[in-house]
Design a protein around this ligand. Sequence first.
Ligand code: WT7
Length: 633
Amino acid sequence: MTPTKLQAMHDALAKDEDGFWLDQARSRLDWIEEPNEAGDWSFDANDFHIRWFADGKLNLSANCIDRHLDTRGGQTAIVFEGDEPGEGYELSYRDLHAEVCRFANVLKSRGVAKGDRVTIYMPMIPEAAFAMLACARIGAVHSVVFGGFSPDSLAGRIRDCESSVLVTADGGRRGGKSIPLKANADTALESCPDVHSVILVRRTGDDVPVVEGRDVWWHDARESVDADCPPEPMAAEDPLFILYTSGSTGKPKGVLHTTGGYLLWVTFTYRLLFGPEEGQDVAEDLFWCTADVGWITGHSYVVYGPLSNGARTVMFDGVPNYPDPGRFWETSHRLGVSVFYTAPTAIRALMREGDDWVTQHDRSQLRLLGTVGEPINPEAWKWYSTVVGEGRCPVVDTWWQTETGGTMIAPVPGAVETKPGSATRPLPGVRPQLVDAEGGELDGAAEGNLCLTASWPGQMRTVYGDHERFFQTYFSTYPGRYFTGDGCRRDEDGYYWITGRVDDVINVSGHRMGTAEVESALVAHPNVAEAAVVGMPHEIKGQGIYAYVTLNADAAESDELREELRQWVRKEIGPIATPDALQFAPALPKTRSGKIMRRILRKIAEGQPDQVGDVSTLADPAVVEDLKKNALV
Ligand code: WT7
């Protein structure tokens, strides 16, 4: 897009915000009843509400499939690439329609109706997308749980949203190894008595137990249902999905997105950032977003954004370094990927393996590169741009969150100059504000906490089952504004540089982990009296997990116990939560009122023990000396 065209969008918005969004909604989506209302929202405590296109009716699955059938029925919708190179196949929009309809009919045959919650615990195979789209087709609310989460984490999420149906697979394949999804699911279901049906997809062919009456194989069930299922008319504000994400306190929150606003936001941002120029066919590109559907990036940019636009999207069920570190570029070339979107952690890991793994593969078909999930250091940005992109492909660094539904700050290709390490400028309709600790607005070049002062269509609408928590978490710190939890610097050109989380959330390889979650897993171990967890710098992951653990009086510190505790957390939550460092601490630094002073723990974990600052308010300042002496960095 040219700078002039982007400016025209910003101008149109400034002139008539409602008119702009109604135009976008009507032109980019297919409505059963077109909306006449755009945004209707207030972030104020006494009138708190968020609605978009509230009088419109549509169906998301019809937007992602049915509306393309006349013009693109035979065109590829999904390119599946399995764990083994070349193990895959393509599905057309017509194929996708039939499979999604069948899946919807199987769900219906199991009693699933509009508004019911369905949990999806799957590998990165097309059936995961069928299940998501099938839910949307019949108005059920899906909750996808990342396949790397433990049985306990899965069970907690199933119970929180009270779903009675689970979609899973016998197993997954990652880097040549099997992931026992069905076994995990069976363990989880021991504590989920309300789940009456499991739709089981065959992926690995591993022998798995099938519970009579409860479990049904997808490949059997699909034979006995119709390949047509009418899409359920949904109000724009009807719930679409729940996705659990870690916060600074308590258990993960069920972020709830609704139908119309979310779909517009991912449709709009996909086209703006990753699609070809307006007027060109979106299917000229082959788009590969490497995220798993268990995360928001997979929802918005593997499945919904691309399919709503009629694009061709890749689903990859493997890992970046299998069978070797050239996998991304080998596969990109073989499949003809033109737009590639991945996380900084993957870029850093591959950068370390050397340029040969990249340069031995032809990359001339690539035209655009994207990144998401965490701040990208300028060094990795430059490597991505020059070595992978041959200096030819724009690098689109996209800042956003599970809560925002889709991208918020990013350079629109052709219209916004990039700077290595900066997500650059807000997209149309996004209103960032930097504030100091008291909530005072900072002008011009400044660094502070990042808020958004206006709603946008893709904004989350509530925390499932806990609307008060939604308000408290995001709108109470700085009244009248949405607080992102991120720190940010704005430079003299008005460019935004995200500096990372300022709350008790750790960003491990682009995945959010709440310190409180890891702490409660640790204290659940019989030998642990107390635990405090903070982030530490990590060369590949961006941030690692640093745990301070105080043992019970009758337990002895040992390397074996240290390893046992690391494995314990891994089993309790999942591999991504495994502490990178675990320091035994006879005591934690606390104020006289008993509050742990995390600032001190963070400085030690960051390798800056001389910067812990004032410790005079501690109940026992001597504790800090021991922590410093035994620091692991
Ligand atoms: C947090 C949200 C957005 C999908 C993946 C993560 C960090 C995300 C960037 C970026 C700097 C980024 C922020 C944000 N983050 N993208 N381009 N530059 N930081 O979604 O799990 O909801 O995490 O990821 O800290 O708050 P999420």
